[in-house]
Design a protein. Structure first.
Lengths: 14, 274
């Protein structure tokens, strides 16, 4: 299983 | 009052096939400009964004902005009841707890009517910045689907290496390794078969094939797919530049004068290095 970054770390939450 | 009439109902079927295995519950945001949906997959690793312009519909009426939260598996089950050449009409009243779907047969002799219960979804909405990507690869969507599927036999991740003259997709695993190299094509009589690379600098990044295979389910929507990426940026720079965007334009199927009526974009970060 590939380990992935969470996208919520990349984009701002509005 | 909301009403949207799509003569090519098959477009909606294809959109749902492209997102339902990635996202279970999502909200359609309806405005006078059109319908859009944004949702993360359940593991919060990828994000899908769908947009359909109001002028892509044969008839479109949206008196005020509406959010239609629903279970996409349920919606997909009902949309499957429509024939491929049916016209699909979506109707919602103001403040209602359901939407109505009408499927009109081409000869207008048969109309099917279904209702779906709406849900109140408290979903996290991510602001996607308007970013310029250093590398853009346009290629036939069926080729991208085939490459992702084939390399899944070899490993869990694909490494995409891009240079000016071509792009290489590679995977390695316990059984061995495999790679596919595509050269940039010369101007072609068939633009749907072309491979076009636009880049500022060379790039090499790895992504989980599990997600790319999910994204490739949008293949029936568009003959071409666009991959947008940027090389790793130094520490301290915003991480967002590392995100890969896999984009499929949604076109109407007017053979003589096809026009883009929306898009599906998938966002995925590169895999974490071992």
């Amino acid at each position: 299983e590939v380990e992935q970054h969470f996208l919520s770390n990349y984009f701002s939450t509005s | 009052m909301f009403e949207a009439r799509l003569i090519q109902g098959s477009i909606l079927k294809k959109i749902l096939d492209a997102i339902k295995d990635l996202v279970t519950d999502a909200s359609w945001d309806c405005s006078p400009n059109g319908m859009s949906l944004q949702a993360m997959d359940t593991s919060h690793v990828s994000l899908v964004s769908v947009s359909l312009n109001s002028d892509g519909f044969d008839k479109y009426r949206c008196d005020r902005n509406l959010t239609l939260g629903m279970n996409l598996i349920s919606l997909s089950k009902i949309i499957k009841c429509a024939a491929n050449d049916d016209t699909i009409i979506i109707k919602a009243g103001d403040g209602g707890d359901k939407i109505t779907l009408l499927f009109e047969a081409q000869n207008e002799s048969e109309v099917a009517e279904y209702e779906i219960k709406l849900m109140n979804l408290d979903s996290e909405y991510l602001g996607i910045p308007d970013t310029t990507y250093n590398v853009t690869i346009k290629m036939p969507s069926n080729k991208f689907q085939r490459i992702c599927r084939d390399l899944s036999q070899i490993g869990d991740a694909v490494t995409i290496s891009c240079a000016k003259d071509g792009v290489r997709f590679g995977a390695a695993g316990d059984l061995g390794s495999g790679s596919i190299r595509l050269a940039q094509t010369a101007t072609s009589d068939k633009p749907e078969d072309s491979v076009t690379i636009s880049m500022q600098e060379a790039l090499c990044q790895s992504f989980a094939l599990k997600y790319l295979n999910h994204f490739a389910k949008a293949t029936p929507l568009s003959a071409q797919v666009t991959l947008s990426m940027s090389p790793d940026v130094p520490l301290g720079e915003p991480l967002l530049f590392n995100v890969c965007v896999v984009e499929y334009n949604i076109s109407d199927n007017d053979d003589e004068n096809p026009s883009t009526i929306g898009f599906i974009r998938y966002y995925l970060a590169p895999k974490i290095d071992d």
